[in-house]
Every structure is written in structure tokens, then in C-alpha cells.
Design a binder for this molecule. Structure first.
Ligand code: SAH
Length: 395
């Protein structure tokens, strides 16, 4: 390989490769004039470190693809994809929709593939992966059977990498929507209009578990997207209220309710801002047996942390006030920067303010098809707690 990067002696990676990101500040020398997206050989003080792709526009200037001196070609991608798919065959249950390739967590930084029945939805997130598109797509088509491949490369990361958004069918199966199964619930998935690649697949195991847990009574699914938790809980016999700020998502949630033959009395969806809705329900003295709080990532960067924690505390505190004398609260954070400890601290602080006691019923995390690689802490991003909540002297 004629394009080379030499790392500074101090660089954490100069001789090991336990994390695939190399920051601009870790680079000592470039040789061979690499262009954005080019493959480069990476060298540290003990010699060869690996092969990765380069983009000077990004603080994460190199992402490692292989720690061996391998050719980065169709065969390379086939091996990686096969491995990722074999793992999903073991790890994914009760559904025909899951994440097949999870970027760094599957050794393919910048590439995501989600399966929705017979459709694969792909995302090329970085300049390096965009440049590798031909062998990547060929490998994908050879390894995984499909009826259609849809591209949803329309994330914020792409513009940071200097790429335009791309959306549309790459391989036949036209149409706007497909229907997938998740346990006893079916969802319509909209390829073009859905958030992310269509569904929040990372919450699947939690939705399935909540549906079987035995919850009863009144349930609030705050941030419900297209019905997620509310539908599973309503089918299990609860009376669910789902709220989301996206009117489109709420419309789809209603369609999903009909699709599953759930009566409107058992499951109501409403468009609204949770911060306002929680206040309104407090004034109206509404009470719930379970509140599920699954907010979007309030924190995209470390700098935004303080404001975000205030937001978390506010929704947790107000939700606790809406619980019956004894009730359950599920609280999630999908932001890497709000880790288990911070989420617990905010929950405790909210509980203290409203004189509630907490018991942890379950420690929750992202589904197994979004693997967590302990060497890459960023791969662990969705965490949560299911609390049993009571007044300070009642538990
Ligand atoms: N629990 C869902 C996923 C939720 S993702 C599931 O299992 O599918 C977060 C959702 O919060 C998105 O649907 C987004 O539209 C919604 N959202 C963002 N800000 C909001 C706000 N202030 N009030 C209500 N919903 C909000």
C-alpha cells in the first residue's frame, strides 16, 4: 500500500488496535498524499498497526478496517458480513426485522444494514465507506438473500464527512412500506419516511419483554414513535396512551394499532410535546401504573450534557408524580454520554425531590443485534432501568 500514516509515539494505537478510531491529533506523518476516503496503511512505533480509511475532514481521521495486512476487497467484506449474519442467526429471536451489520460493532465502521423482512436497508455513513460502496454492495448481495435493497444514507454524520444525503432503492422491490413481525405485534415500516432506517430496532428486546412481563392497568408510553411499547402492552391487556411529537409517527402508530386489531379504547395515540403533556396530565391528576420514558438522544456531544441532564431530570420527576401510590417507571438513555451512572444519579435525584423510593427491577440495554464491544465503549449507547417506585415510606 503506497499511502501511509505514521502515528505519534504517544498515540494509544501505536502498536495495538483495540479501538478503530484514530484522531487527527494522533497522526504524526502522512505519506503518498492520501485523498479523502482513501485506504491507508497505518504504522506505529512497533511497525504495522492495520489498514483503515482516511478522511481529513473528520476529527476521527482514520477508521480501522483490519488489523492484518489484508486486501480490502469483496472477499474481505464477505467474510465480515458472513460473521455478522451468523451471529444474528443465534442472537435474534421472535422477529424478521433486525440489525445485521452494526458499523464499528461488526468491524465495518460507517456501514449499517437493517433487515425488514425481505428488504435490506443500508446506510453508508462515512467517506471511506462511500468510496468502498461497490465491493461492499457486491459482497452483501452474495451473502444475504433479499427482494430489495433501500438506501437511507441521510444522517447528520454524512454531511460532516463531506457527503450528500442519498435515499432510494438500489435493488428492485419498489413500494413505500412493508410489514414486519415482532413477537405478536406487526408494524408497518416506511422506507423513505420512517425515522432512522424505519424502526428503533435497538429497543426490540425491551418491547418484547415488557409485553410479557405482566404489567396491568394504565400505561404511558412517552416518546412512543410508531407505537412501540404501547402496542405490546395494549395487546397484553393494559390500557395504553402513547405520545410522540411527530404527527407522522402518531399516524403510523394508529395504523399499526388497526393492523394488530387492537381496540381504540385499549390504546390511544396523541401528538404532543412530552414536556407539556406531562405538565398537563399532572394538572389533571392523571395516574399511571407504568410510565415508559424513551427520549431521543438529548446529548450529541459532551458539551451539551448539563442541559440534557436537566431535561432527563424533568421528565423523570414529572413521570414519578404521575405514578399511582406504587407503580413502575422505565427510563432509557440512548446517548453514549449519559451512561448508567449518570442516568441512575438523575433518577435518584428526581426520586429524592418527589419523596419516592426506587427499586431496580431490571437493568436494560440495547438488543443483542446491536452488539457491545467493550474495547469500543461507544458501541454501548442504549441503557435503562425498570424501577418499582413507591412513596418514601411505602416500599
Ligand atoms: N420508544 C420508541 C422509540 C422512541 S425514539 C420505540 O420503541 O419505537 C424517540 C421519539 O421521541 C421519536 O419518535 C421522536 O419523534 C420523539 N420525540 C422527540 N422529542 C420529543 C418531545 N419533546 N416530545 C415527544 N416526543 C418527542
Amino acid at each position: 500500500m503506497d499511502k501511509k500514516v505514521t502515528l505519534k509515539k504517544s498515540a494509544r494505537l501505536s502498536g495495538r488496535c483495540d479501538h478503530p478510531w484514530i484522531y487527527r491529533s494522533q497522526i504524526e506523518k502522512l505519506s503518498g498524499d492520501p485523498l479523502p476516503g482513501d485506504l491507508v496503511g497505518i504504522f506505529g512505533k512497533r511497525g504495522f498497526v492495520g489498514v483503515g480509511y482516511y478522511n481529513p475532514r473528520s476529527e476521527i481521521t482514520i477508521r480501522l478496517l483490519s488489523a492484518a495486512p489484508t486486501a480490502i476487497d469483496k472477499e474481505f467484506f464477505k467474510r465480515k458480513i458472513q460473521k455478522a449474519v451468523r451471529y444474528r442467526e443465534l442472537a435474534v429471536k421472535e422477529t424478521n426485522a433486525c440489525r445485521l451489520i452494526a458499523s464499528e460493532a461488526d468491524g465495518l465502521p460507517g456501514f449499517i444494514v437493517d433487515r425488514y423482512g425481505e428488504v435490506l436497508v443500508v446506510q453508508f455513513l462515512t467517506m471511506g465507506m462511500e468510496r468502498l460502496r461497490p465491493p461492499v454492495l457486491e459482497a452483501l448481495k452474495e451473502v444475504i438473500p433479499f427482494k430489495g435493497i433501500y438506501e437511507r444514507s441521510d444522517t447528520a454524520l454524512r454531511s460532516k464527512e463531506g457527503l450528500e444525503a442519498k435515499k432510494g432503492w438500489i435493488e428492485p422491490m419498489r413500494g413505500e412500506e412493508t410489514i414486519i413481525q415482532e413477537g405478536n405485534i406487526r408494524y408497518g415500516v416506511r422506507f423513505e419516511a420512517g425515522q432512522k432506517t424505519g424502526l428503533y430496532l435497538d429497543q426490540r428486546e425491551n418491547r418484547l419483554e415488557f409485553g410479557k412481563w405482566g404489567f396491568k392497568g394504565e400505561v404511558l408510553d412517552a416518546f412512543c414513535y410508531e407505537g412501540g411499547f404501547a402496542l405490546h402492552l395494549a395487546l397484553a391487556g393494559c390500557r395504553a396512551l402513547g405520545i410522540d411529537s411527530s404527527e407522522e409517527a402518531v399516524k403510523q402508530a394508529e395504523k399499526n394499532r388497526e393492523l394488530n386489531g387492537i381496540a381504540e379504547e385499549a390504546c390511544v395515540f396523541k401528538a404532543g410535546n412530552i414536556f407539556d403533556e406531562l405538565r398537563r396530565m399532572e394538572r389533571e391528576a392523571k395516574r399511571f401504573d407504568l410510565v415508559v420514558l424513551d427520549p431521543p438522544s438529548f446529548v450529541k456531544s459532551k458539551e451539551a450534557l448539563e442541559g440534557a441532564l436537566k431535561g432527563y431530570k424533568e421528565i423523570i420527576l414529572r413521570s414519578m408524580k404521575l405514578l399511582k401510590q406504587e407503580g413502575f417507571l422505565a427510563v432509557f438513555s440512548c446517548s453514549y454520554h449519559v451512561d448508567d451512572n449518570l442516568l441512575m444519579q438523575v433518577s435518584q435525584s428526581a426520586a429524592w425531590d418527589v419523596r419516592k423510593r426506587l427499586r431496580v427491577v431490571r437493568f436494560l440495554k440495547q438488543s443483542a443485534d446491536h452488539p457491545i464491544d467493550p474495547f469500543i465503549p461507544e458501541t454501548y449507547y442504549l441503557k435503562g432501568f425498570l424501577f418499582w417506585v413507591g412513596s418514601i415510606d411505602s416500599l
